[in-house]
Design a protein around this ligand. Structure first.
Ligand SMILES: C[S@@+](CC[C@H](N)C(=O)[O-])C[C@H]1O[C@@H](n2cnc3c(N)ncnc32)[C@H](O)[C@@H]1O
Length: 456
């Protein structure tokens, strides 16, 4: 029987959905960091239970031709870019396979053609947003990232997958916080002031928002910090403060305050202008999100008298891209600031046929059914946990011809498909789009169509 600290020679036979190498020894499945299929390794057992175990590469005996040796991604791999050790073409193939496998294993769909994941020409420096913890390391205030599954801060200046200007703003903020002796948050002692820095940058506009997440309202000498920061980066058009005094991993507390400029930044997607405020969701990879939405639009293939529901609408990015081509759009989103953004965004773009409400998607869907609103097309874009049974039932009661499902978690997508299948909707098309290069995250858009019997 294998036990902790045993060392065995194993072949890696697969990659888990989280990008860990998979090895099989003595009827046990082991998961190993930084190990690729086809590689022989000498593995140290870290942990083992009845069926599965975790191992560590003691020595890599052979290297996969798909290993990315070009850059030292070892440290990034452990927190920011967990698939960075795999060449990009192979990352895309891995994501396509994830979709295929989940459709088969979870939803029993085996004859679906899954096209290759749409990828980026330059799959680096793509993120338009950074969320960076601020902590004390060896007596000094540092910004960086938490090593995977931990709260150990690794100081870092080049985040590799973020836009370089975002990295520069973070370093400048860090230096100003040090200069004005502002205290970083200490999780153990529950003391200190600055917890996180969030930086967002409009992909097309270059406008930047900085958010300081603090434990208390008062930030000593913040006026001087702001003056110096804005002098160095005139493209900063919004500085916000968020107060979070809770003992939680959730980044934002409920209280936002304006420190400088306006409460939002602007960006464009598919030619539509959007205002984005701090708590609102906005896809982190604008270039690929446009490809994702474009695919959703093609799948929906709307006509001018169609009615479209945009569920989980955020700031309205998807629904407002449809609005000019259809009769009406009904959107729902639970974050009030995002709903305000979507209403403003409709007006900004001269759109008068889009109606956004602040509610849970399941309640709004049930209300729309009661009110007799009949959408031909329902677009859903839920968070990782996917849809609820009540939402799926209400949406199928509306009896749309098509449901376009935008998903950032193929496991919950496949689970939800099983219920939609029972309700008469079949998956007819699917396309993965790589929104998160160098990471294991998979995004895709699926088209479900209603099987109609004659006369329905
Ligand atoms: C993946 S984002 C998509 C947003 C938008 N469609 C986009 O592409 O930018 C999911 C959104 O669902 C919202 N949300 C989460 N749970 C919800 C619920 N139960 N009802 C309505 N909206 C919800 C989140 O606040 C978030 O804005």
């Amino acid at each position: 029987m294998m036990k902790k600290n045993d060392i065995v020679e194993v072949e890696i036979v697969d990659l888990s959905h989280e990008g860990l190498g998979v090895a099989k020894v003595d009827g046990l499945v082991f998961f190993v960091e930084n190990a690729l299929p086809g590689e022989m390794i000498s593995m140290r057992v870290l942990k083992v239970n009845k069926k599965i175990g975790y191992g560590k590469v003691e020595e890599r005996l052979t290297s996969s031709p798909e290993r990315n040796e070009a850059i030292d991604v070892a440290y990034l791999r452990s927190g920011i870019a967990d698939l960075g050790h795999l060449k990009y073409e192979a990352q895309l193939a891995f994501k396509t396979k994830q979709v295929k496998d989940s459709l088969y294993k979870i939803a029993g769909i085996k004859d679906m053609e899954v096209p290759l994941t749409l990828g980026m020409d330059q799959p680096f420096a793509y993120r338009n947003k950074a969320q960076v913890p601020v902590r004390r390391v060896h007596g000094q205030l540092e910004t960086g990232f938490f090593r995977k599954n931990s709260h150990d801060l690794m100081p870092i200046e080049d985040f590799y997958i973020q836009h370089p200007e975002i990295d520069q703003v973070i370093v400048a903020v860090r230096d100003l916080l040090r200069r004005f002796d502002l205290k970083p948050y200490d999780e153990k002692e529950k003391s200190g002031l600055i917890r996180n820095i969030i930086v967002r940058r409009g992909h097309y506009t270059g406008e930047i928002m900085v958010v300081f997440v603090t434990t208390r309202p008062k930030i000593f000498r913040i006026e001087q910090v702001i003056e110096l920061l804005v002098a160095q980066f005139p493209q900063i058009s919004s500085i916000m403060q968020n107060i979070n005094d809770r003992d939680t991993n959730v980044i934002f507390g409920p209280d936002f305050r304006l420190l400088y400029g306006k409460e939002y930044i602007c960006d464009q997607m598919l030619g539509t202008t959007f205002e984005i405020s701090a708590p609102s969701f906005y896809q982190v990879n604008t270039e690929m999100a446009e490809k994702l939405y474009q695919t959703a639009i093609e799948f929906a293939d709307v006509k001018s008298d169609d009615i479209v529901v945009d569920a989980y609408s955020g700031i309205g990015t998807i629904g407002l891209s449809f609005a000019k081509h259809v009769k009406a759009v009904y959107g729902v989103e639970v974050v009030p600031q995002a709903v305000e953004n979507s209403q403003r965004n409709a007006a900004l773009n001269g759109i008068t046929n889009a109606h956004y409400v602040c509610d849970s998607a399941e309640k709004a869907m049930a209300n729309w059914v009661k009110e007799g609103i009949k959408a031909n097309v329902i677009v859903v874009d839920p968070p990782r946990k996917g849809l609820t049974e009540s939402f799926i039932k209400a949406s199928s009661q509306m009896n749309p011809d098509k449901i376009v499902y935008v998903s950032c978690n193929v496991a919950t997508l496949a689970r939800d498909l099983t219920l939609y299948q029972e309700l008469g909707y079949q998956l007819s098309n699917i396309q993965p789009v790589d929104l998160f290069p160098q990471t294991h995250h998979v995004e895709c858009v699926g088209l479900l169509v209603k099987e109609r019997s004659d006369g329905e």
